[in-house]
Design a binder for this molecule. Structure first.
Ligand code: DGY
Length: 327
């Protein structure tokens, strides 16, 4: 029995591919860059399953080009690259990988918070450019993390892990979230803000942990940035379009807020002529929130488990449109 056909859109761990190959006919895109659109559409034409990542746009056009497609397994917790409504309409199951990347992403949010507050990237660049001429009592001054107030927007898994780290740094913690979490409030000493503006006005650091959808698109724009303290720092490890990037550039340039740490951008990779890249008070990393060896392996394994389960008529570990399931 040859088994279902699966296309893996990016290079992943060989042992994961081997496991997939035991039950499926697998082809994997070998190039380090994502498949161009035409190649992707051609590759999925006769596939039953697609192992995708956030670099693939899985929309109606792709689904129409893949008449046999039954399962899309996204190797990410976020699935804004997938048109889930369209998949559901077509009876295609969509899986994602929550849980396995929670701590790793929270670590990076904290790394960006520290880097932006203490000017780590800026300092490193200065050293390499020969600008470290003396120890300067007034030089390279940043902001303290200990004793500061952190505002967490979105208290899901990752937001809560950030809160745990913040406690270790002696921070006061506010949060704003769709759902109030009284148990977490009691356990980690968190203060709930019913409205976002209250959090923005009080926080020294604001960190975003919401999925990208219609409600969260440009959640932080010029108006929200104006609510923040001039000494505040914004951290975004969620999705670029949660922040109006043009408004952020102007706010950072004009001192409306002090600094930002961004792992995600509206357009990825960020174009080199993006004005944000001209600002010393903006630290940018290339969407590496989940990029540790162990976590990326766990994500690939979970995406494989999801794919194999669904192709075999079993429940996925995590399915975002379970209504489609026919088991
Ligand atoms: C996710 O999982 O959604 C990340 O952004 C990619 O690691």
């Amino acid at each position: 029995m040859p088994g279902p056909r699966v296309f893996v859109s990016r290079r992943i761990f060989p042992e994961v591919i081997q496991r997939l190959a035991q039950g499926c006919q697998v082809s994997m895109w070998e190039d380090p860059m994502p498949p161009p659109r035409a190649a992707l559409l051609a590759q999925v034409a006769d596939c039953d399953g697609l192992f995708a990542t956030i670099t693939e746009r899985v929309d109606g056009e792709l689904m129409a080009a893949a008449p046999r497609l039954r399962v899309v397994s996204n190797m990410a917790v976020g699935y804004d690259n997938v048109d889930v409504a369209e998949a559901t309409r077509r009876g295609i199951l969509v899986g994602n990988t929550p849980g396995v990347l929670t701590e790793t992403t929270a670590d990076l949010a904290f790394a960006l918070l520290l880097a932006a507050a203490r000017r780590v990237a800026e300092g490193d660049r200065a050293v390499r450019q020969g600008a470290w001429r003396t120890w300067d009592p007034m030089g390279w001054l940043g902001y303290d993390i200990h004793g500061a107030t952190l505002g967490i927007v979105g208290l899901g898994r990752i937001g809560l892990e950030v809160a745990k780290r913040a406690r270790g740094f002696g921070m006061h913690i506010l949060y704003h979230s769709r759902q109030r979490r009284p148990e977490a409030e009691a356990q980690y000493n968190l203060t709930y803000c019913a409205d976002l503006d209250t959090l923005l006005r009080q926080a020294d650091f604001v960190t975003l942990h919401v999925p990208l959808n219609k409600e969260t698109h440009y959640l932080v724009g010029a108006e929200q940035l104006r609510q923040m303290k001039p000494t505040a720092i914004l951290v975004n490890t969620a999705r670029g379009s949660v922040v109006d990037q043009r408004a952020l550039y102007e706010a950072l340039r004009d001192g409306v807020i002090a600094a930002a740490g961004l792992d995600v951008m509206e357009q990825e990779p960020v174009p080199l002529d993006d004005p944000l890249l001209t600002l010393p008070n903006c630290v940018v990393t290339p969407h590496i929130g989940s990029a540790s060896v162990a976590t990326r392996r766990r994500m690939a394994e979970m995406a494989t488990d999801n794919l194999l389960a669904a192709l075999g008529g079993q429940p996925m570990l995590s399915c975002v449109n379970p209504a489609v399931a026919r088991y």
